[in-house]
Design a protein. Structure first.
Ligand code: SF4
Length: 470
């Protein structure tokens, strides 16, 4: 059947990149608009295999041009229910990446597609070819889909109009988990869909933590595991609670460890620093530790500038992804900001010290009211100096941590000579990411030295001790 297409279709093309110089056309992405959406329908409503295009086709597009792009699928079958929409929608990313010369990135309203010039030379000329191949894959790989039809949109006004409706649908899906919490359920759900490019990544989806791609919530995981228990989404019985605040459970540790190929041994679902959740690369937002203020900044895909640490989203995303536990960076879905357990092991919102204006606007209603004006954006601060000044001026709760650290440092400095002095590392350095700038360590005077590390994770290649010259 695949022979009817002028391109090869295989999982081996997943991960294929279309660079700017090789690109015939760019669709949606950071400089345009788009979305993908799947809706469940009844069997009688769907004309199986039907394709509709609203707007210009590939053959009418100029080489090097950029266009808005929406992909809408309607699916039907005896087992198809609205709870499956998000799971099926997430597979659009996989299946479209099976198409040689076609690159699909991200999800929902963040999709970004490029078509390679070679694909055009080989005969790709219509979105119908793409849609038919994708629909074929949906039906082959997800047998509960009995009928499917697709509408693709490239007309700018129509994309805008339908995108606004799609966003309401995503929000309604996300809102379903608001009244449900981790302690209310015995089972979480896992997803290994992204192991094709991040082999050790296992997403753990709980009522209080949406997937980092933002596309799969607890209800979606449950629906997927029910309809295809051997598929990439599966149940994870919670097991024993090891630590309630950080969200560590014996069942999660067992399952995630087994599926990560032993890459790590523990996961704490609501922790930023200790045994954090892995990040595959599909995250909507990256959190990054700033040791100079002992706080955590967050940057989303849409932000094109640099954060106060001087780094852009793309640079930090490169550090964060790959399916490893990276101390000091964490990928999350936007909806995780709405969780009552948002990084609660590390101080929750009181630890948040920066985010881009657009992201802040998006989640403003969920920021604790007393913090809204204390949380700077790129409009308020530009670097670490202005960030620190802003936080101090606004009396952001993070400044209380500074006060405690300074007091601890003074106590050490005033320790009587001859007493065994404590060697103290200020809290900013605790659990700090490797390679991040470090706050100077504090040493007391006196004869011997006693090192005390509390909850610290430190890697030291070499320590050189020299006696003081008299
Ligand atoms: S980011 Fe996680 S939940 Fe989303 S598709 Fe990838 S593995 Fe699944």
């Amino acid at each position: 059947m695949a022979n009817e297409f002028p391109f090869e279709i295989s999982p081996m093309f997943e991960g294929e990149r279309v660079r700017k110089d090789d690109m015939f056309v760019e669709l949606a992405g950071p400089k345009s608009r788009g979305f993908e959406l799947v809706r469940a329908a009844s069997v009688d409503e769907i004309e199986d295999g039907k394709f509709t295009l609203i707007g210009p086709d590939i053959s009418e597009m100029q080489e090097g041009s950029r266009h808005p792009y929406a992909m809408i699928y309607r699916i039907a079958g005896k087992l198809v229910e609205p709870d499956l929409e998000a799971i099926v929608e997430r597979r659009n990313h996989d299946f479209q990446n099976y198409i040689q010369g076609y690159m699909h990135l991200n999800q929902r309203y963040d999709v970004w597609v490029r078509i390679n010039k070679d694909a055009i030379k080989k005969g790709l000329k219509s979105f119908e070819q793409i849609a038919k191949a994708t629909m074929m894959l949906f039906k082959n790989e997800l047998p509960f889909i009995e009928k499917i039809e697709a509408t693709y949109v490239t007309n700018p006004e129509e994309v805008e109009k339908q995108r606004a409706e799609a966003i309401k649908i995503y929000e309604a899906r996300d809102a379903r988990t608001r009244g449900l919490h981790d302690e209310d359920v015995d089972v979480f759900y896992g997803c290994t869909l992204c192991q094709s490019f991040a082999p050790t990544n296992v997403c753990v989806v709980t009522p209080d933590r949406i997937s980092l791609c933002g596309a799969i919530n607890w209800f979606d995981g449950r629906a997927a595991a029910k309809v295809d228990p051997e598929g990439p989404q599966f149940a994870i019985p919670k097991g024993e609670v090891i630590d309630k605040i950080s969200g560590e459970y014996s069942g999660v540790n067992e399952k995630a460890v087994a599926l990560s190929g032993g890459e790590y041994s523990r996961i704490r679902i609501h922790s930023f620093f200790e045994y954090p959740h892995t990040s595959c690369g599909c995250f909507e937002v990256v959190g990054f530790y700033i040791p100079e203020v002992d706080g955590i900044g967050w940057v989303d895909r849409d932000f094109t500038g640099t954060a106060p640490n001087g780094l852009a989203f793309s640079t930090m995303a490169g550090q964060t992804g790959g399916g490893k536990q990276i101390i000091g960076f964490l990928g999350v879905g936007v909806n995780y900001f709405r969780s009552p357990k948002f990084i609660q092991a590390d101080g929750g919102w009181n630890r948040v010290i920066w985010m881009p204006k657009n992201l802040k606007e998006k989640i403003k209603a969920d920021i604790p009211p007393e913090l809204v004006d204390k949380l700077p954006t790129e409009e308020d601060v530009t670097d670490l100096k202005t960030l620190r000044d802003y936080l101090e001026k606004k009396q952001h709760p993070i400044t209380q941590r500074w006060t405690k650290e300074e007091a601890a440092a003074e106590t050490v400095a005033e320790a009587p000579a001859g007493a065994a002095p404590e060697w103290s590392m200020p809290a900013p350095a605790m659990g700090m990411p490797v390679g991040m700038p470090m706050v100077p360590m504090q040493f007391g005077g006196g004869e011997g030295m006693k090192l005390t590390f509390k909850n610290a994770k430190i890697t030291i290649d070499r320590v050189v001790l020299r006696s003081k010259e008299k």
